[in-house]
Write a protein that binds this ligand. Sequence first.
Ligand SMILES: *Cc1c(COP(=O)(O)O)cnc(C)c1O
Length: 466
Amino acid sequence: MSSLFRSLPSVDACLRWLEEDFAATPHSVLLESCRAVLDELREDIRSGRITDEAALSPERVRPRLQAVVEKKDRPRFCRVINGAGVVVHTNLGRSVLAREAREAVRIAASGYSNLEFDLETGERGSRISLVEELLCSLTGAEAALVVNNNAAAVLLMLDTMCKGGEVMLSRGQLVEIGGSFRIPDVMERSGATLREVGTTNRTHLADYERALSENTRAVLWVHPSNYRIIGFHSSVPANELADFAHAHGLPMLEDLGSGSLMDFSRWGLHDEPTVPEVLRQGTDVVTFSGDKVLGGPQAGIIVGKKEYVDRMKKNQLLRALRCDKLTLAALEATLRLYRDPETARRAIPTVRRMSMDPETLKVRAESLRDMLSGALEGRASCSLKEDFSRVGGGSFPEQGMPTTLVCVHPSVCSARQLKMRLLSTNPPLVGRLDGSSFELDPRTMDDDEFPDVARVLKDALDGIGS
Ligand SMILES: *Cc1c(COP(=O)(O)O)cnc(C)c1O
């Protein structure tokens, strides 16, 4: 064993090889890689995994070093191809920005801007004013405010309106959204006390009456988002609840979650009121996400009555929850597209994908299948299957959008192995697994990504064979 230890290459020798192979890589990365590989080799000798000096030769060690440097030096944040058919995929970054929004981000990132500078007076301005007018004209609200995300919007709303008092909420709406956003916990943080009303499946107006007290500050409505109650259930319609709240001098608040500016019922997606509809029903303040169905950057948008939104603008908490210039740039550009619904439908990727018709998807699936059949010949066969895409992000739960999947049936490995391999291709490709097939949904991929899909599938399958 000691002779094996003596045969280990020195750190200096390893460094010299790497400096030849990676002239542009920082020295610190090369040094860390040398140390990591030498540590591994020592451990392999100690544990008896290496018993032969040949395993310590430059021909064997150098490629191992190269692989470690390549992995260490790669940025952790990378593009991923979404073949899973979930349009607003929270784990994959939710919405893809429209070209106009990307351009606005580029400009905001590349130079100084009027982020908080009023170009009419030459004095200090407000970052919120950059998007407030647009939000008001698109939603019909009196005032608007934008913060870091919808969780922050709910926190700011409750902290401003309900701190030290009670908020009434139906037990049917006591929800947890993915990523551990729990309404009762957010409420606790805001210093408001939750007053639960009704039961999980049924809540009546009389339940709200009974729960009223002199400490009640607001009635809250939370969009149940990622689940749906079926069977024996009832809730008070939002407009009746708003009337009830107003009759008792209380504001009606709503966490809408997704918050759409577009009616998707034309495309078979029902039961999600749009933001303007919610405001018309009498809700006083509505919060929603910028990067769910809206198709913009991560943001929490608050719209509603001026007197309430103005109070939120003065809340000290806002300073900690505000969003940055890149977000505001992307949001303004996205909202500008909504001024014409047809433009929004074509230009905003999330909206475009939600409104793609099944015929187009089928034709696109056929073209992807043909491309893959050619590229993967002998390693996998490909077929088509009718199935459903999902909106994701807690929007339109349980409502699928008809699509055609391309199913890849590998012959050199299992579909599960293929799926795992595709996590380390460049770029990684995420798809669905169904028994012996790995499935891809054209809805969440662009046509110009298809050649990449073919290439990484080929890389993954070739890697397995060798
Ligand atoms: C998604 C969602 C949230 C959280 O929004 P983020 O923008 O992710 O912070 C809160 N409430 C509801 C109802 C949601 O659907």
